[in-house]
Design a protein around this ligand. Structure first.
Ligand code: KG4
Ligand code: ZN
Length: 314
């Protein structure tokens, strides 16, 4: 009914998220954002059936603001509370119905490639509540690989969307970077990041304007390396798990190179691909609400005695 997002610009000046600034911005914005959501939906607080909130995983200070707010609101309105796992919510974003838009969710069981600023996972989803993580990153997440290499190029935070933008004008075969080979369905991006760093140091020693002169080709090549690593693992997983549906989730699924490669993978392997609308890819409240909705139908509530989980296995 409404999906309000407040983006914290305060982190741009620092080239990354500063946890304390994030908590403070959450504290300052949470009431105006909830108010806007209620007003946009044209409902009253009294017509709400339950409060769903993100319990984790994530930055503890930010999570605690949301958890405390949700508990207080539920207590004051005498409503049930529903705790939501952030990564489960990214996946269940596929089940959000948008008025006036076609609704074609993935069929169980399906495989989801979840790629965000903090996570990179391949998950097998058997039902709304039955999730099996079959592979994940052992170091950096895909979003971090985008953001950290963007920083090496002198781009502001978050650099992922900017790499995407410049990559559209560049040649992805111009430069090649290390693609770490990790067993089974796990990922690793730290070796790739180091390879970009050392290559740039070498090229810039020869030509101080190297990055400016080659920005589009560098971005296209960086993007292609990250996308290839993700798609290769996904391809292997689809063949082994023999699913008919595959899905993309998390902030990095906004990347145009990844969306394109994912569609192509589906065509090549003759499986159905599902990519949520852009506004449901990056962090948003609708994905928490849809997860809350399914937990509500299952009467899966939580008490006032819980707290935030910075780390939380799905
Ligand atoms: O899921 P998300 O919004 O927040 C987390 O839970 O982490 O993901 C944010 C991540 C950031 O690393 C950001 O750079 C990346 O998603 N991202 C992109 C694009 N849009 C967002 N990365 C590459 N290309 C994009 N178009
Ligand atoms: Zn996220």
């Amino acid at each position: 009914m409404s999906n309000v997002t407040y983006t914290q610009d305060v982190h741009q000046a620092w080239g990354g998220v500063i946890p304390e600034l994030a908590s403070r911005a959450h504290e300052a914005r949470i009431i105006p954002v909830v108010d806007a959501a209620i007003n946009n939906a044209k409902i009253t607080k009294q017509s709400i059936s339950a409060i769903a909130f993100t319990r984790g995983p994530g930055l503890p200070g930010s999570l605690m603001v949301g958890v405390s707010f949700a508990k207080a609101m539920a207590l004051s309105l005498n409503l049930p509370l529903i705790d939501v796992h952030h990564m489960q919510a990214h996946i269940l974003a596929h089940f959000i119905k948008t008025p006036g838009q076609e609704f074609n969710p993935p069929q169980f069981p399906f495989l989801c490639l979840t790629v965000s600023g903090g996570h990179t996972q391949i998950v097998k989803i058997n039902s709304y509540f039955d999730f099996e993580v079959i592979g994940e990153t052992i170091d950096d997440a895909a979003g971090e690989a985008f953001d950290k290499t963007a920083k090496l190029l002198g781009l502001p935070y978050p650099g992922g969307p900017l790499i995407d933008k410049y990559a559209k004008m560049g040649d992805p075969t111009k430069f090649s970077f290390a693609k770490p080979q990790i067993k089974d369905y796990d990922f690793s991006f730290s070796g790739f990041k180091t390879s970009v760093l050392y290559s740039l140091q070498k090229w810039q020693a020869e030509n101080p304007n190297f990055v400016e002169e080659n920005l589009a080709d560098l971005c296209a090549s960086i993007q292609k390396t990250i996308v290839d690593v993700l798609i290769d693992k996904m391809k292997k997983a689809v063949k082994e798990y023999k699913v008919q549906d595959i899905a993309l989730a998390g902030g990095v699924s906004a990347n145009s190179g990844l969306r394109h490669a994912f569609e192509k993978l589906g065509k090549d392997l003759k499986v159905n691909t599902h990519i949520p609308p852009f506004s449901y890819c990056t962090d948003n409240a609708a994905m928490i609400a849809i997860t809350g909705y399914h937990k509500y139908l299952a009467k899966d509530f939580t008490g006032q005695d819980i707290s935030a989980m910075a780390r939380w296995e799905m």
